[in-house]
Ligand binder design. Structure first.
Ligand SMILES: C[S@@+](CC[C@H](N)C(=O)[O-])C[C@H]1O[C@@H](n2cnc3c(N)ncnc32)[C@H](O)[C@@H]1O
Length: 295
């Protein structure tokens, strides 16, 4: 949980962050210890996991405990609320035959282990892509526009495997080593992709991942970008030209918690709005009936 902000966070969070940097950083030089302390504040972001209706209550609590165990032991760069948002979409339904989840950019495998547990529960296979050489050197233009992530977040494939083995569900995972330009951008994923989680800190990398996943997206497939706070990534995703080549229309983009944005086809978003509206009408009718009965 250690990523530089490009856009200023809300002022309460900024004050908390300043306080944390001033008082906690000097006392806790190890990043993993700082992540553990931050968990006290951020753990509430896992709340949506406890509301996953497609799991029994016992399974929800077990999943939460396993996620917290990962947070305690594996240094990662996400917040509980971000991961919970992805898991909530994934848990909307079980996998159809051969459907997969793609994670592009895994570092030590903290998010991979969490996703693998959910994939195991819902029947998905998890495909994990990474260079294992850190963030690709950024272009001069990208460096000018913001923080230079080049070479950050290096972890080996062995580290990822160890994380999956100890905390996740390694049997549902496939690992693809290499720069996205040489893997995902070469040819689209052969299976139907239900959910994609992109966390690579660059517009170039994001573009390459899209080339590999968008043509394979399920009709209710969803792309998450964990890099929406990075201006060049945001511009790429918001540019209608990015989506032209796929012939699937420009997706709707909604910023969720933290750095996360969700992208889905407009037809899907409309269906969701209509379903929510219908639910609202039904709820109001039910309330009126109760009021009449009481009167
Ligand atoms: C911020 S870290 C991922 C953090 C992880 N998702 C988590 O939640 O802890 C970014 C990862 O993307 C990988 N990466 C960045 N650019 C890449 C590229 N062009 N090709 C392959 N991997 C890349 C890096 O090696 C690194 O592991």
């Amino acid at each position: 949980m250690k990523r530089p902000y490009e856009s200023p966070p809300a002022s309460r969070e900024q004050r908390l962050k300043d306080w944390f940097v001033r008082w906690i950083h000097p006392r806790l030089p190890r990043e993993l210890d700082r992540q553990r302390v931050k968990l006290l504040y951020f753990v509430w972001g896992y709340w949506p996991l406890l509301r996953l209706r497609t799991l029994s209550v016992v399974d929800r609590v077990k999943l939460l405990a396993r996620f917290i165990r990962i947070d305690w032991h594996v240094l990662h760069s996400h917040q509980p609320s971000e991961i919970a948002s992805v898991c909530a979409v994934l848990a909307q339904r079980r996998a159809r035959r051969g459907e997969v989840v793609v994670e592009a950019g895994c570092w030590n495998g903290g998010a991979s282990a969490k996703f693998s547990l959910v994939c195991e529960l819902y029947g998905y296979r998890l495909h994990i892509y990474d260079s294992f050489e850190g963030v690709e050197p950024m272009t001069a233009q990208e460096k000018q526009r913001g923080y230079d992530f080049s070479g950050e977040y290096v972890a080996s494939e062995a580290t990822l495997r160890a994380t999956l083995q100890r905390f996740g569900a390694p049997d549902v995972c496939s690992i693809h080593k290499g720069w996205f330009a040489a893997t995902l951008a070469r040819s689209p994923v052969a299976d139907v992709v239900r959910v994609v989680f992109i966390d690579c800190d660059s517009a170039k990398g994001t573009q390459e991942v899209l080339l590999g996943v968008v043509p394979s997206l399920a009709s209710d497939g969803v792309v998450f970008s964990q890099d929406f706070h990075i201006a060049p990534v945001r511009e790429l995703l918001l540019d209608p030209g990015t989506w032209q080549r796929y012939g699937r229309g420009v997706p709707s983009i909604e910023r969720l918690r933290g750095h996360l944005a969700i992208l889905r086809s407009r037809r899907q978003s409309e269906r969701r709005v209509l379903a929510n509206r219908r639910l609202g009408v039904e709820r109001r009718v039910a309330e009126r009936r109760v009021a009449v009965a009481v009167a």
